[in-house]
Ligand binder design. Structure first.
Ligand code: HGA
Length: 612
């Protein structure tokens, strides 16, 4: 996950920027860079691929002077992690560091190239520097140039800008990726989290969605998306790593839910070449997995990761024409499954990469001669080391025991793998690959929009917290999301919940419907919506309390049958199950908070299940 730091200080900035980047190392990165303004206001930068020690060596050889600067650790999403693609990016005296993805960078790049700008990198981020430089050239001030530039950017971002000749100015912006101001004594800072600025100050101003800010050493101003000046208040951050890392979130789980625009962007960036709009599997050296030769796919996992495979089952069948079997690792390993002699691929999904049952299942498959692949969040884990092909999720460390951002990262990775498999098997055309790759890169922005429903979901949670049983229903690819919603609620609120396929309602669970039992429908307006609507009406007719998670068309079509509706942004059916994971997480989270349970460490549960 990228890290951002900015300093307007009173002592040499480069060593302080480097130290701050070290504090952000835990987020993971693959290159880094720093830009400063020297005593004459001249802009200069140093960048290096790989770990910070490389940047440190570069700075030792070619030091940077000046008391003001910006720094970045980069998790490449657009363009490989080379020195040339590392941030800060520059254009005519404007330098910028960026977290997130600029979705419309191709259009902007073409437009700027046509106006004479020359691009040096493959990144989406460089576009921002040129865009702002173009506005300056047109006669705008730095503040106006950024304001006008932000209005042109689509996607998710946290940004920090430094301008040549302006040693008392830093500008920051946040949309989808976090950014905070650190308020010092005659100094001012920007950081992608409070940890970055922790040694400098404990006074932090957390920017909200769409905010941008203008910093001088003695003052700062925050503006909202409409350009109105706003007061976001100062939070006094307590010392101590864990507290600081939670930022202004109450729980790690909440923080991790809100990190999902970032964590999905990073994961998708590792698979999708946004410039070519193609999917390329990281680490697949061509013969690790030859998808055209695979005749059956086994996907094996536990808990939430199992539900990720249940969603992916639809994708692999529909998009790659591949017969799929999914199984729970603890069942699979003991039931002596009949495995194919040839053409079988076993794919394992585990956040930690240490899940005991999943590891045992992997070893079983290897012994039986199957090719193996693993979707894991910890690349150094045992499962990663033992699988033939590692398919990483770039969710970053997940502290909350109930998985949230790891789940959506697993889904993002599996969605990309299904596209790659579909292409390799000639089940998808190149045009379809292009379309689906584009749709996938829209996901982080849509998650951002969905997170804005937080307060509505919190209000709804107060009602659900009174229930003793909750039913979740979904059809098709949303059936596993109903299962995951029920699991999430059980895990952290201790309310009994069940997930069912909507079509199963009348085969049993309908007997449970009464006024006391909320029924959550996960039902975007897709090809199966009408079927879900019939089920919804069956519940409403029995005075069940219906909660509908849908989009504008779904909410309209349901009329007044639901007691509550949560209206998500419209999205392509392909990414809908990833998007609809977000409200079920928020619902479980707020119900648990309302009930006062230990959200981050629910009773009896462990984060990484390394025992049977
Ligand atoms: N898209 C940018 C930034 C990537 C990022 O935010 N990763 O966490 C790039 O590829 O440089």
């Amino acid at each position: 996950m990228c890290g951002i730091i900015g300093i307007l200080g009173s002592e040499p900035a480069a060593p302080r920027l480097l130290d701050a980047l070290k504090r952000l190392e835990y987020r993971g990165y693959d290159s880094a860079g720093i830009a400063t303004l020297d005593e004459t206001g001249k802009l200069d930068r140093r960048r290096a691929p790989g770990k910070l020690k490389n940047l440190e060596a570069e700075l030792a050889e070619r030091p940077l002077s000046g008391n003001q600067g910006i720094g970045h650790t980069r998790w490449a999403t657009h363009g490989s992690p080379t020195v040339g693609n590392a941030h800060p990016h520059v254009s005519a005296g404007v330098s910028v560091v960026h977290n997130g993805i600029i979705e419309n960078f191709r259009e902007l790049r073409e437009e700027l190239e046509a106006r004479g700008h020359t691009f040096e990198t493959e990144t989406d981020s460089e576009t921002i520097a040129h865009l702002i430089a173009d506005n300056l050239k047109a006669g705008m001030s730095e503040t106006e140039a950024v304001k006008a530039g932000l209005a042109r950017l689509e996607g998710a971002f946290a940004l920090a800008f430094l301008f040549e000749g302006r040693p008392d100015l830093l500008i920051g912006a946040r949309k989808g990726s976090p950014l905070a101001i650190g308020v010092g004594e005659g100094e001012m800072y920007l950081g992608s989290d409070a940890l970055a600025v922790a040694p400098f100050t404990n006074k932090v101003v957390y920017l909200e969605e769409g905010d941008w800010c203008v910093l001088a050493r003695e003052a700062y101003t925050v503006f909202n998306e409409d350009g109105e000046e706003v007061d976001r208040g100062v939070t006094l951050v307590q010392g101590g790593g864990a507290m600081v890392e939670k930022g202004n979130y109450r729980h790690f789980m909440q923080k991790e839910i809100f990190e999902q625009p970032d964590s999905t962007a990073r994961t998708i960036g590792a698979y999708v070449n946004a410039l070519k709009q193609t999917v390329e599997l990281p680490g697949n050296n061509g013969d690790a997995i030859n998808w055209s030769k695979i005749t059956s796919l086994y996907m094996i996992a536990c808990g939430t990761a199992h539900y990720a495979t249940r969603v992916a089952e639809y994708w692999f069948e529909q998009m790659a024409g591949l017969p799929v079997k999914t199984d729970i690792a603890s069942e699979f390993r003991y039931r002596e499954p009949a495995l194919p002699k040839e053409g079988g691929l076993a794919l394992f999904v585990s956040q930690s990469g240490e899940t005991a049952d999943t590891l045992a299942a992997l070893r079983y498959c290897k012994e039986h001669g199957l090719k193996t692949a693993a979707v894991v969040n910890v690349p150094t884990s045992t499962i990663a080391r033992e699988a033939d092909l590692v398919l990483p999720t770039l969710a970053g460390p997940e502290i909350g025991v109930a998985s949230t951002k790891a789940f959506t990262a697993q889904l993002s990775a599996l969605a990309a793998v299904a596209i790659a498999a579909g292409r390799a098997r000639d089940a998808l055309s190149q045009d379809e690959e292009t379309r689906l790759a584009k749709v996938l890169t829209e996901l982080p922005r849509l998650i951002s929009t969905t997170l804005a429903l937080d307060e509505d979901i919190e209000a709804l949670a107060r009602d659900i917290a009174k229930a003793t049983d909750v039913i979740y229903l979904g059809r098709g690819v949303h059936y596993p999301i109903a299962l995951e919603g029920a699991l999430k609620l059980k895990e952290i609120s201790y309310i009994h919940a069940e997930g069912y396929a909507s079509g199963e309602l009348k085969h049993g669970p309908i007997a449970l419907i009464d006024e006391e039992t909320p029924v959550v429908f996960v039902a975007p307006y897709d090809a199966l919506f009408d079927k879900s609507l019939s089920n919804l009406q069956e519940v409403a007719a029995r005075r069940g309390e219906v909660i509908l998670l849908s989009d504008s068309r779904g909410v309209k079509a349901a009329g007044d049958a639901p007691a509550h509706c949560v209206e998500l942004p419209d999205c392509d059916a392909f990414i809908a199950p990833i998007l609809y994971s977000v409200p079920v997480q928020l619902l479980a989270y707020h119900v648990a908070v309302e009930k006062g349970t230990d959200v981050d460490q629910p009773r009896n549960l462990a984060k990484s299940v390394t025992v049977e």
